[in-house]
Each structure stands twice: as C-alpha cells, then as structure tokens.
Design a binder for this molecule. Structure first.
Ligand code: PHB
Length: 414
C-alpha cells in the first residue's frame, strides 16, 4: 500500500520576510505521519503563536497544475502582506493529494489535524477530495477553506466549510441566460462525468429551458483522459447551434479544443460556450487560435482590469515565476489566504477556536483580484460577479476578455 503511493519527500524551508513557511509534500499518508513535516515543529523562528495552515491539493499527476496555482496564490498573498497574519508567523504545511483520490486526501487531512495540529485546513481543488475531508472538519471543529472545489453541495457537508472560489451553478446560470439573449436556442451539453459536471449540466438545463431554450442532448465524458473525438462527432451529427462544455481546469481543455478543431466543429456552424474552466488562463495560450471567439462565463480572468488584479499578478510572478500566468485557482488561493488572515485578525491573539472562526468568516467582504466578494452568512459560499468573456488575441497571447457582467451572484444550486 505504501509502495503504491511512492515515497518522494521534499522538505523546504523558506524564510520570507522573517516568516517561516514550512512546505512539505508527500503523496503518502503513512509516511507523512511517520515523519513530521520538516521544521513544522522545530524551526528556530517558529513560535507558539504561529498560524498553521494545512494546504491539500494535487501537485502530481494530471491535475498537478491546480495545486501549483493554488499554492502560488497563497504565497502571493503572504508575499504582499509581509508573510505575517496579524503579526503572527504562518506555517504552510503542503500535502499532495495526487489527483482525484478521496482516501489519500482523507489520510493527509487526518495527519494535518491530529499530528500537526493545524489551525485551518485549506486548498481543495477537486470536489471528491473536499467531500471526503468535510466530515473530518466537523469532527475536529476545524475550519476548512475551499479554494476551488466547485460542486454546490460541498458547503452543506460540514458547518466548518467555507468557500471563497465559485460554484458550477453560479457561473453556469449566467451563461444560459446570455446564450438565449444572444439567439442560441438549441444546445448540446458535454460535461465531465463527476459531481461538478452534473451540477453544470443541471443548472444549464434549468436556466436555459426555463427561459425557452432546448437542451437537445446531454453527454458525459470520463473525468480522466477522455478521448473527445467520438463526442465531437456525436455533437456534429446532432447539429445544435452551440455546445455547452464543462471540463475541469488543467489539460482537458486543450484536448477538447484540439478534437473540436480536427473534427471541424466551428466549420459545421456549431459554437462553443463554456464555463471558464475550459479556457483557463494557464492553458489558453496552448489552445491558440482554436479558442478564438469562444464565449465563457467565470469569476476571474487574468485580463480583469483593476489595481487589485495588477498587484496580485505582480506578487504571483514573484513567487511562481513570471512565465506562469495565474488562473482562477491562484485567485482562490490568494483570497482563501486573505480570508484566513481577516479571520485571525478578528479573533485576536490566542489559539484559533473553530466555532468562532466560522462565525468570523460569515459576511466577510474582500476586495479580490476578481472584483468584490462576500461570504454568504447563511450558506458560507461566495457571492460575486460572474463575467461573460470572449477569447481574444492581445499581442502574442490569448485572453478571456470580459464584456458583460452579472453582479452579486449567489450560488443558485441550493
Ligand atoms: C472540482 O473538482 O470541483 C473542480 C475541478 C476543476 C475545475 C472546477 C471544479 O476547473
């Protein structure tokens, strides 16, 4: 079992503005427990009042870019805020969930909560992992900050869950509204076959059909390594006006766009509309011209014009390298860290009390790089503007350029 998960270890200490971030990755829960995170308890500069954050995300496998983006976002916040939260050191204990692996996520979370005694667990790019960990948050009364995982019901799985990122229904409903307003009446739905895909399809159908549109077919592609070619052929045969797509951020968008181009989807007169996961900022340049004109709805674009976004991008470049463009996962990491900082400040000195922390998250407002956000006190989910964007070329690069917005969107999924 241990061999199955490999045994790579990396203990890294970063001294950043006098603040220690302990960063230790392992895909092996047993090893994580046997071997404390390098320096998490023994660093000379760590003190008893340090804030410990366990960061769980995929850093290996096909979803590795999601973890790198989230971690980059968290570190970008610390970079721009002197690395400290209310004068307290931050220890970041980073764990690699390896991909969609609920059992691995659960074991790693258990280690962070029980052995490492973290104050917050955070990260969570992928829904199945977040779902698996939520009961542990309840049991330990440990605040769990979701920085991406976007299935609506996650926040209902524990009163200790707060989400700063998005929900699929939240970004999908405005797309269905926009499509109908812009003359698209027949749509074929194509989503990844797991909970976020089911959420996206259900919300698109609900909003689109309530306003008079018709979903002519709804297909699901395997969540891992789908071959899009046969699906594209089926879409062409059905001759809809548009295909609505949800695939998770990472490598799948490129695979979809490649198959769509090779099989002549746009030549057949079929438009692509999608949630912003398809054309996410890290991958969009690799899609190139094939993505031009694709309309998506989402909460963040690197092209968003605001001083907060410029500051965020500069900080992200410093910690993650200027060649990596931050995407919405990075913003989730940044805002999740900002939310934790605000809560620590509200609570004042002393050990973080899980119940008081959750009260402090409720109603929290932040000036995010994406625009203003607020945590709904009833649902602990994020309220935010959803933007309609079109892929355009600027210089040598491709961007999701915002051209319409739906402000103050709550999650309509619950
Ligand atoms: C999720 O698993 O909840 C998820 C992952 C990637 C996305 C969106 C949602 O782009």
């Amino acid at each position: 079992m241990i061999a199955k998960f490999g045994s790579s270890w990396l203990g890294v200490w970063l001294l950043l503005f006098g603040v220690v971030l302990s960063s230790c990755r392992s895909s092996d829960a047993a090893k994580t427990e046997a071997k404390p995170a390098a320096g998490s308890t023994s660093a000379p500069t760590a003190t008893a009042d340090a804030i410990k954050i366990g960061l769980l995300a995929p850093f290996s496998g096909s979803f590795a870019s999601l973890g790198a983006q989230i971690e980059g976002g968290v570190k970008a916040y610390l970079e721009t805020h002197g690395g400290a939260v209310d004068g307290r050191k931050v220890e970041l204990l980073v764990r690699d969930t390896t991909g969609i692996a609920p059992d691995v996520a659960k074991r790693l979370a258990q280690g962070l909560i029980v052995r490492d005694q973290v104050d917050f667990i955070a990260g969570f790019a992928l829904t199945p992992n977040a779902m698996a960990v939520a009961p542990l948050a309840t049991e330990a009364k440990k605040p769990m900050v979701i920085m991406n995982a976007a299935t609506s019901s996650i926040t209902t799985k524990s009163p200790y869950v707060v989400r700063v990122s998005l929900t699929l229904p939240q970004v999908t409903a405005p797309l269905a509204t926009w499509a109908l307003k812009n003359g698209i009446r027949n749509v074929y739905s194509l989503v990844s076959d797991y909970a976020p895909g089911a959420d996206a399809e259900a919300q698109f159908r609900k909003t689109f059909e309530a306003a008079g549109g018709k979903l002519v077919a709804a297909d699901k592609v395997p969540v891992n390594n789908p071959d899009f070619a046969p699906f594209i052929q089926r879409i062409k045969d059905a001759k809809p006006e548009a295909v609505f797509v949800f695939v998770p951020a990472g490598t799948q968008g490129i695979a979809f766009m490649k198959a769509a181009r090779e099989r002549g989807l746009s030549e057949a007169g079929i438009r692509i509309i999608a949630t912003g996961d398809l054309t996410e900022d890290q991958q969009i340049d690799a899609m190139g011209e094939a993505a031009l004109g694709v309309v998506t709805t989402h909460h963040y674009s690197a092209a968003h014009a605001s001083p907060e976004n410029e500051a965020f991008k500069a900080a992200f470049g410093k910690v993650a390298g200027a060649q990596l463009r931050p995407n919405f996962m990075a913003v989730g990491g940044y805002d999740g860290m900002a939310a934790i900082a605000a809560v620590v400040q509200k609570l004042g000195p002393g050990k973080i009390d899980g119940d008081k922390a959750m009260e402090a998250f409720k109603g929290l407002e932040l000036a995010s790089p994406r625009g203003p956000i607020r945590i709904d006190p009833e649902t602990r989910d994020v309220i935010q503007t959803v933007y309609v964007r079109k892929v355009e070329k600027r210089g040598d690069s491709y961007y999701n350029v915002e051209f319409e917005e739906y402000p103050a969107q709550k999650d309509p999924g619950k």
